[in-house]
Ligand binder design. Structure first.
Ligand SMILES: *Cc1c(COP(=O)(O)O)cnc(C)c1O
Length: 384
């Protein structure tokens, strides 16, 4: 593997067996052998989404699935409620804007989670809202939004419930049918721990009804074609997919099933707890309120007296650990530790110990080993 340890919120570390799967021979994507593979993958995808509905793979990054979710349900002039609590919530809003629909924004302070009551209030006041978009795990701020609670209230409204689980599916609780999600999207390179370049989407019957009433605003992302391909014999994608990435997705999903989804989520919860405890032990400050903080990425305020470049630069160049910076107005103010995908205590101990050395080197009076000890503590059998 590459020497640099990726501790960023995507792309994440890819297991050697997944990388190896990509080197399989290229096959005809309109063949029985490919059809079987596609059927397998989309079935496992639905299992991971926890839905009885079909899932579809899109060649493209997570944003392609976000765009697919929007362009198939909106027409110019439609009104969509976009919950914006960070960069990715904003992206849904920009997609809606760019296709001529009207975005009503529910602005949430960055670092906070949305209050479901605020969504309810807007839906009560405006019955023309066609869909509500929520980002489950707002990767830019390290906050988890309460998609289960929002799902509960959405049952009383006709508006479709669209959820971005790009940085949570496979790492945090997502239950598409149980939470009443109409359209759910994800990407390959975050908690699923496959290489970047694939996205997945699933739609409820209610969502398909709206899709069927609309002409898609996109040619490539017209989901009716994906549905038609899925029903063909053998099943196929509408256009040539990135076949090596399909192999990788298949193997990455096999890894998830072997580990067990619940076990995997638990592993992510432990990693989040260990990271937060270490950060507190080192007298650093979490950016979001701890109660709303993410299970897959931790955002941390950059302490006074050090720059982002010094902190992450030292981590990268000296300790070979790649951390993420802040986005937009958080640039230079926060750094982020991704603990999604194939992360265990081993990677966390390396990361936190590198962080301790970095902080000491940069002049902070921290007690060496305290961060590492609080990581180790979380994983001791008697504490599990
Ligand atoms: C990474 C991410 C995306 C998609 O980004 P791509 O770069 O297009 O894969 C969307 N939403 C969230 C919450 C993400 O973390």
């Amino acid at each position: 593997m590459n020497e640099t340890l990726l501790m960023i919120p995507g792309p994440t570390r890819v297991a050697p067996r997944v990388l190896k799967a990509m080197s399989e021979n290229i096959v005809n994507h309109r063949s029985a052998i490919f059809g079987k593979l596609l059927t397998d993958i989309t079935q496992i995808m639905s299992e991971v989404f926890k839905t009885n509905n079909k899932s579809y793979l899109i060649t493209g990054s997570g944003t392609a699935a976000m765009e697919a979710a929007m362009v198939n349900i909106i027409q110019p002039g439609d009104k969509i409620l976009n919950v914006v609590s960070g960069k990715f919530g904003e992206r849904f809003m920009q997609i809606v804007d760019s296709f001529g629909a009207e975005s009503k924004v529910l602005d949430v302070e960055w670092g906070e989670a949305v209050n479901p009551d605020d969504i309810k209030q807007i839906l009560d006041e405006d019955e023309n809202i066609k869909a509500v978009t929520v980002v489950h795990n707002e990767t830019s701020t390290g906050v988890s939004n309460p998609i289960k609670e929002i799902g509960k209230l959405m049952q009383n409204y006709d508006a479709l419930y669209v959820v971005d689980t790009v940085s949570s599916l496979g790492g945090d609780e997502v239950d598409v049918d149980g939470f009443g999600i109409d359209i759910c999207v994800t990407g390959s390179q975050k908690c699923l721990a496959a290489p970047p370049g694939m996205a997945a989407i699933t739609l409820s019957d209610d969502a398909w009804k709206i899709v069927d009433q609309n002409d898609s605003l996109s040619y490539y992302l017209d989901l009716k074609k994906y549905r038609k391909g899925g029903k063909a014999e053998p099943p196929e994608t509408p256009y040539t997919p990135a076949i090596p990435l399909i192999y990788a997705m298949h193997e990455a999903l096999n890894v998830i099933i072997e580990e067990g989804l619940n076990q995997r989520i638990k592993r992510h919860q432990l990693a989040a707890k260990a990271t937060r405890n270490a950060i507190k032990a080192l007298n650093l400050e979490l950016f979001p309120r701890e109660e709303v903080s993410s299970t897959t990425v931790t955002a941390i305020n950059i302490p006074e007296g050090v720059t982002d470049a010094e902190l992450r630069g030292t981590m990268r160049n000296k300790y070979h650990v790649e951390l993420a910076g802040g986005q937009d107005h958080l640039k230079g103010n926060v750094f982020r530790i991704g603990h999604m995908g194939n992360i265990t205590h081993r990677e966390l101990i390396t990361t936190i110990s590198g962080l301790e050395m970095t902080l000491r080197e940069l002049g902070f009076e921290i007690e060496m080993g305290e961060g590492v000890a609080s990581v180790a503590d979380v994983y001791l059998p008697q504490n599990l």
